[in-house]
Design a protein around this ligand. Structure first.
Ligand SMILES: NC(=O)c1ccc[n+]([C@@H]2O[C@H](COP(=O)([O-])OP(=O)(O)OC[C@H]3O[C@@H](n4cnc5c(N)ncnc54)[C@H](OP(=O)(O)O)[C@@H]3O)[C@@H](O)[C@H]2O)c1
Length: 227
């Protein structure tokens, strides 16, 4: 399966890219410019200290066209412009969306949420790309934990979406990352809750209560993970 990471040059995108490259998936790192995408690929190769053949660079629309599953890793302020640039290529595809509705989008605090008229940021993505199958995921996994690629990730990954088959595919994919346990939280509307955990975790990191804070749910019935 080819994964197209749209805006994959930041901490979250590169961290997700590294983890999926390690899991043996084919990854395309997307950017607004080929130069930045290639620099991210080179950085990954430097970090992994090997010439990994299963990663390449592309501009965002090409990454979206070639990817079977897309992952959107840009800040909220860049969400609509980025989606516009890939709209035609995303139809019918799964799009994983970790976008955090943080107040930073309007110059505010990363520890506070923005309340969007469309509900969750992922719901906004789904509204903008009605033909894509949007799955909210990775919101509560920090870039620090993802980039610390020699260590497993001691976190649950809460996901939500309206297409059961898409969630199955995403769950199986994310479970390839050592120690992450994916938990299906229900329809995409649940992203309104999941996304609000991100500023909470950022706050704990900033206050140094935790480093790369994440969450683990207890009492999970394995059959209720839904795949
Ligand atoms: N970082 C975390 O720990 C974390 C955790 C959970 C969720 N998230 C979510 O994941 C997403 C990505 O986070 P991040 O920390 O990786 O973000 P980031 O480093 O700020 O940005 C990621 C990439 O987005 C593109 N971008 C930035 N500003 C843009 C603009 N104005 N217009 C178009 N593209 C722009 C850039 O790619 P190019 O310049 O290469 O095009 C940039 O490298 C965010 O929505 C965040 O809320 C992050």
């Amino acid at each position: 399966m080819k994964l197209g990471i749209i805006g994959g040059t930041g901490g979250q995108g590169l961290g997700i890219a590294i983890r999926f490259v390690q899991a043996g998936e084919d990854v395309i790192i997307g950017s607004r410019t080929m130069e930045k995408a290639q620099a991210a690929v080179d950085k990954m190769k430097d970090l992994l200290k090997e010439d990994v053949p299963n990663v390449k660079a592309a501009e965002n629309p090409d990454a979206a066209a070639e990817g079977d599953v897309l992952i959107l890793t840009v800040p909220l302020a860049a969400q609509v412009a980025t989606l516009k640039s890939i709209k035609e290529c995303a139809a019918g595809k799964i799009l994983i969306d970790p976008t955090g509705p943080l107040e930073t989008a309007i110059g505010g605090s990363p520890m506070k949420c923005l309340y969007l008229p469309d509900g969750a940021a992922s719901e906004k993505t789904q509204k903008f790309l009605p033909e894509a199958k949007v799955v909210c995921a990775f919101n509560n996994i920090s870039s620090g934990a993802l980039m610390n690629f020699t260590e497993p990730i001691d976190c649950d990954c809460l996901i939500a979406g309206d297409d059961p088959e898409a969630k199955k595919t995403v769950g199986k994919l994310i479970d390839k990352i050592p120690d992450i346990r994916t938990v299906d939280c229900g329809p995409l509307e649940r992203a309104q809750i999941i996304e609000k955990i991100t500023p909470l975790l950022i706050g704990l990191n900033i206050k140094k209560t935790c480093k790369d804070a994440g969450i683990r749910l207890t009492g999970i019935n394995p059959e209720c993970r839904l795949y």
